[in-house]
Design a protein around this ligand. Structure first.
Ligand SMILES: Cc1cc2nc3c(=O)[nH]c(=O)nc-3n(C[C@H](O)[C@H](O)[C@H](O)COP(=O)(O)OP(=O)(O)OC[C@H]3O[C@@H](n4cnc5c(N)ncnc54)[C@H](O)[C@@H]3O)c2cc1C
Length: 341
């Protein structure tokens, strides 16, 4: 969120300092699966969010091209489509409802029986009795996105990118945010954007009454299958599988209220792999290459905090929970527009 907002601000002519205690993308943004799941996520986020999610997904193609042109880095944007699979009549009924709602709202969504689903993704389990297919949902590789964003920011004459800079509080003067305090000094600014992910509510000096942002831990498992067989993103009950197209397959993810504990646990890996192999049994033969966990920033009230805050001079870009990669470009633009209004 910080990098996307900084880029949008700089491209609109503002001078920006990015303050990051580690390196850009050190936390959730590089840990994510990178699903641009505008439609698959509508099972959690119906209503007015549908158009925002679709706008966010559709903004990614041009943004990925721009990042490649300016940095030479291909961020792995692929419209790989998403299948949400059902194993019984109850799950199938939920999928039918979802597809009907989406089609009524002008979105492309297809209802498939088990055979039809295996026609789209032959690696699916025999037990799959139906699926919703969202052919326009897509993916990026978040690690590459963060590499590209930091490269483009480092090259911008308007941006100063400071890694290893920990913000220790807001500077509040005459009821206005005048910048931030650091370990070793301060940075003054006309506008300050809070984009500290799951740590956003821990920054001293925030105005009272802001919804609290809390971490929701997600554990991930990376597999390597050779040759690559799975090509579609598959969501099953309790987990998902994201093939990068080259044999790497990300399996995710738990949703845990575990504070800032970074462990990858036996139960977490068991749950993630159980869900993944339930959908795509052939992944049982893939090599387990790595595991990690990180924290989705969940804002109280279930809505991201985007734009002006009750404190003059302070703007918010936090609390995007499961969909911060999907929403990065549009959030950056919306926050930049609010800052420069
Ligand atoms: C396992 C997992 C899977 C996910 N999968 C997806 C997905 O498929 N699709 C999707 O859209 N989203 C996904 N998400 C959600 C997405 O990753 C987040 O919503 C998004 O990355 C949040 O971005 P952010 O910039 O707010 O937070 P972060 O990426 O966590 O960045 C916050 C930054 O602030 C820095 N910071 C914190 N405090 C300070 C301070 N005091 N001073 C200086 N710097 C500070 C941190 O070092 C960090 O780099 C996933 C998340 C997880 C954990």
């Amino acid at each position: 969120m910080g990098c996307a907002t900084a880029l949008s601000l700089a491209d609109r002519g503002a001078d920006v300092v990015v303050l990051e205690r580690a390196v850009p993308g050190a936390e959730a943004s590089s840990a994510a699966a990178g699903i641009l799941g505008a439609q698959i996520e509508l099972q959690h986020e119906r209503g007015e969010r549908a158009s925002l999610f679709v706008r966010a997904r559709d903004a990614w193609g041009p943004w990925a091209r721009m990042l490649r042109e300016r940095t030479g880095i291909d961020v792995g944007h692929r419209v790989s489509g998403v299948l949400r699979v059902a194993f019984d009549a109850h799950q199938k009924a939920a999928i039918e409802q979802d597809v009907a709602w989406q089609r009524d709202h002008g979105l492309r969504a297809e209802l498939l029986d088990g055979r039809g689903a295996r026609g789209v993704e032959p690696a699916l389990a025999e037990g799959v009795v139906g699926a919703a297919h969202f052919p326009d949902d897509a993916q990026v590789d978040p690690t590459l996105v963060l590499r590209a964003l930091s490269a483009v920011l480092a090259r911008s004459p308007r941006v100063e990118l400071r890694s290893g800079a920990t913000v220790t509080g807001l500077l509040v003067e005459r009821d206005r945010c005048a910048g931030v305090r650091l370990d070793d000094g301060e940075v003054r600014a006309d506008a300050t954007v809070l984009a500290a992910g799951s740590w956003s509510s821990l920054v001293p000096g925030l105005p009272a009454g802001l919804p609290v942002v809390r971490p929701v831990r997600g554990q991930m498992v990376l597999l390597d299958e050779r040759p690559a067989t799975v090509m579609s993103i598959v969501f099953g009950p309790g987990g998902y599988v994201v093939p990068r197209g080259d044999g790497r397959v990300l399996c995710g993810s738990t949703m845990e209220h575990a504070g800032f504990r970074r462990e990858v646990t036996a139960a977490g890996v068991h749950a993630v792999l159980g869900a993944a192999l339930g959908c795509v049994p052939s992944l049982g033969g893939a090599q387990l290459v790595g595991t990690w966990s990180n924290f989705r920033p969940h804002a109280e009230g279930d809505r991201p905090l985007v734009g002006a805050s009750p404190l003059a001079g302070l703007f918010l870009a936090a609390g995007h929970h499961r969909n911060g990669i999907l929403l990065a470009k549009v959030t950056g633009d919306d926050v930049a527009a609010a800052v420069l209004a």
